[in-house]
Design a protein around this ligand. Structure first.
Ligand code: F3S
Length: 779
């Protein structure tokens, strides 16, 4: 690699601390005394205090004493943030009052780049329209010593793979496809901004020990099959919920020959099953990829640690097993609208021929690349198909877009003629950014009509790519997407069908082929994108937030409701009783609101607008018990604002699984911002519960589910004995009672239960986790 890349790759922050990890693993082995899976080894080797954490499971042969049970306070090696989620993560970090980050961190400008005309024009326009956000991120990176990858440098996960991921590391990222990096033998996990702040501030990051599901690969992939087809098949087998609470650990003889970038594709789409992440033992192709990206020294150190740290113990026990025989695997197409609707190519095409994909099985667009599938190997194999077709005088029969994952991949495929091969047959190259993968795809020519697209991306829920809910989006390998683009139809099987030629003949594709890694090495392309590794913080840097901005706003710390030794919450009004499903989307909607991710006051205007009021069955409807006539009724954020303006603390009553969905921390920040102190629910999704506690909102559950219906909007709710639990050194077994007083004066008490840990109580006592971090930093 070029000199700056080589210098960065040699930086000590890029080499995992193998010696320390091996020593910690020995400690863990001594405590548990049982064989360990690979996922357990890497995870537990990052425990802050294995003796304290694993004490309850000491010498137990039963993995369920740990997995799915214990909360693990972990030390994180590195953090990556993308431009959309980095805004709130950094705004929160700024309130902690620290001079620099505790672990190496990076910011990547990729999600805010819109795709419309092509790389150059799109980049220019997106930089202009997001100027203030990029300027803010750059200034915060400079001030706190964070590596800043500007717009055009590439997609977060590809850059992380090329530069930061290394076997045995524990990495976090503020993006759900962060597990992509696990393709290089680390554990990389997607989190929200509040968790990112844990890493940035050296606060133990807490994860409930995941269960471990073994995916066993036997056989060998056929020439048309790729690692993408393995994961498309696995998502189909396990479904979109099948990975929840689990790490998928791949083993078996089928694994050794797969390229590291292919493992990254498989790890990337573990997110589609809700998996915490995926784990792969160290392989030779990982070493080759590390070497090709300037990290031969990491490859050598990893190889030395592999036997003990980077492979599962032979007799490790798993929580489940899925067998995949690569010999019988076919290329697979998943969708539309859900990634687990997997259909082998031959069946898919047969259905399209039978008219089941609509009378007109025409493709409106084919897209390859994105963080999921834009490796050198992917592009080289697609180019081999393009060359075959070009030599016969064929061009693609639908729009065909290529999204390179990084400037390094783009520049290398350009140098090696791969980009030209693709352009020769009609491909358009988009910016090195997310673009059409995340709804940043302007297709104004379509005007919302029904159409079908085929992509090599990872997600395909309605509206994901172009905001049009009638776009049927199918997922496939980049090779299948490319080949099918030459017929422009879904009823064409490139493995078996022929295409008509202009001269009256016909043409059938040979299977794709290509180098896994560039024989001439990677070229970095535009070197101005390369940040200095772990730059020294520049404390005098002014953070770029304009007071008139509608997109960015400094966060003010939340006040603690407790003072002078009083640990009871103040009298709260019940704002509403929420009926049924209330996901993070109901609490903090996405879509057009995304532009306010860095501006809490503006974003909070959407608080709970999707929630159903149990008292009138209406969505986004609430009542102000102190209002008169028409002034009584308002939207939910409308009432929440009235309470805040009156300095009236409030609480919510919620049904089952409040806050399920994503890790979106805004869903916790927003109610807290308006003055919510308590969520009392039948049950609360775990991540939402942690996020709420981090922001200082107490969460309690009804001891008796039926009590849900006894509290109504306008009731006054008070805690009776919270102090027994909350005071420093309080009794964790305390069952908190709350007193409810109706507007009529009638009053009663009811029991609640909780799962608060001492760390959660510390956060709540301080008013938020950030307040606590700040207090500790000031001491
Ligand atoms: Fe970007 Fe899509 Fe990947 S939004 S990070 S290219 S999943």
């Amino acid at each position: 690699p070029a000199a700056p890349v080589a210098a960065a790759a040699a930086h000590p922050s890029r080499l995992p601390p193998y010696e320390a990890l091996l020593a910690q693993l020995q400690r863990v082995r001594a405590i548990l005394g049982r064989p360990l899976t690979l996922a357990e080894k890497i995870l537990y080797a990052h425990l802050r205090d294995p003796d304290a954490t694993l004490a309850d499971a000491s010498s137990s042969k039963d993995p369920s004493r740990v997995r799915g049970k214990l909360y693990l306070p972990l030390a994180v090696d590195r953090l990556a943030m993308q431009d959309a989620s980095a805004q709130m993560a950094l705004l929160q970090f700024m309130t902690c009052g620290l001079a620099q980050t505790a672990v190496p961190a990076s910011v990547h400008c990729d999600h805010l780049i819109q795709a419309f005309e092509g790389a150059e024009a799109d980049l220019k326009r997106s930089i202009a329209s997001n100027k203030e956000v990029f300027a803010f991120l750059e200034s915060a990176c400079k001030k706190y010593g964070i590596e800043f990858w500007g717009p055009g440098s590439g997609i977060i996960h590809q850059i992380v793979l090329e530069n930061y991921a290394a076997p045995g590391m524990l990495m976090l990222g503020t993006d759900s496809h962060t597990p992509n990096a696990s393709g290089l033998g680390c554990l990389a996990i997607g989190v929200g901004g509040a968790d990112a702040v844990d890493a940035l501030t050296n606060t133990p990051w807490e994860l409930q020990a995941p269960k471990v599901l073994n995916v066993h690969l036997s056989g060998t992939l056929s020439p048309w099959c790729t690692p993408k087809d393995i994961i498309l098949h696995v998502v189909g087998a396990l479904t979109v919920r099948g990975g929840t609470g689990h790490i998928l650990e791949y083993t078996g003889p089928g694994l050794a020959s797969l390229p590291a970038t292919g493992l990254a594709t498989m790890a990337n789409m573990g997110a589609e099953m809700g998996a915490t992440t995926s784990a792969f033992a160290y392989t030779q192709p990982m070493g080759e990829y590390l070497t090709a990206t300037g990290r031969g020294h990491v490859a050598r150190a990893a190889a030395a640690a592999a036997g003990e740290l980077l492979t599962a113990d032979a007799d490790a026990e798993y929580d489940g097993r899925l067998e995949v025989n690569l010999d019988t695997l076919e290329p697979t197409i998943n969708g539309p609208f859900t990634p687990d609707l997997a259909t082998p190519l031959s069946q898919f095409v047969a259905r399209a021929k039978a008219g089941e994909m609509g009378a007109d099985a025409r493709l409106s667009a084919a897209l390859i690349g994105s963080c999921t599938n834009s490796s050198y190997a992917d592009m080289a194999r697609c180019a081999s198909l393009a060359r075959q077709a070009r030599d016969q005088g064929l061009k693609v029969q639908t729009s065909f877009d290529v999204t390179p994952g990084s400037e390094q991949v783009r520049a290398t495929v350009q140098r090696d003629g791969i980009q030209q091969d693709l352009q020769d047959v009609g491909a358009r190259v988009l910016a090195n950014a997310c673009g059409p993968c995340i709804g940043q795809w302007d297709r104004r020519e379509l005007k919302g009509e029904e159409n079908v697209i085929l992509t090599s991306f990872n997600r395909n829920f309605r509206g994901r790519n172009d905001g049009n809910s009638k776009t049927m989006n199918m997922l496939a390998s980049p090779e299948i997407v490319t080949a099918m683009a030459f017929s422009g139809r879904l009823d064409f099987n490139p493995m078996t069908d022929s295409l008509p030629l202009p001269n009256g003949g016909s043409f059938r594709f040979q299977p794709p082929s290509g180098e896994e890694l560039p024989t001439r090495g990677f070229t970095p392309g535009d070197e101005t994108y390369l940040p200095q590794p772990c730059p020294a913080p520049v404390p005098e840097t002014q953070i770029a937030i304009s007071p008139d901005s509608t997109r960015l706003e400094h966060l003010a710390p939340f006040d603690s409701p407790f003072s002078g030794g009083n640990y009871e919450l103040p009298s709260m009004r019940c704002l509403m009783r929420i009926r049924g499903k209330c996901t993070t989307d109901h609490i903090s909607a996405a879509g057009p609101w995304l532009k306010y991710k860095g501006h809490l006051s503006n974003l909070a205007e959407n608080t709970l607008i999707g929630a159903v009021n149990d008292e009138d069955g209406a969505v986004n409807s609430a009542y102000d018990c102190q209002g008169e006539g028409d002034a009584r009724k308002d939207t939910i954020p409308g009432i929440a604002k009235r309470y805040r303006d009156r300095k009236q603390p409030w609480m919510l009553v919620a049904d089952h699984n409040y806050g399920e969905g994503s890790a979106r921390e805004h869903a916790a920040l927003q109610p807290r911002f308006f003055g919510c102190n308590l969520i009392l629910a039948r049950s609360i999704a775990r991540i939402a519960e942690t996020n709420l506690r981090k922001q200082g909102v107490l969460t309690l559950l009804f001891a008796d589910d039926a009590d849900y219906a006894r509290i109504a909007a306008g009731d006054i709710v008070e805690t009776v004995n919270l102090g027994d639990l909350l005071r420093p050194g309080g009794d964790l077994s305390t069952q908190v009672r709350v007193r409810v007083t109706k507007p009529s004066g009638e009053s009663f008490e009811l029991d609640t239960k909780h799962s608060l840990s001492r760390a959660h109580l510390d956060w709540i006592r301080s008013g938020s986790a950030l307040n606590l971090i700040r207090e500790q930093a000031q001491r």
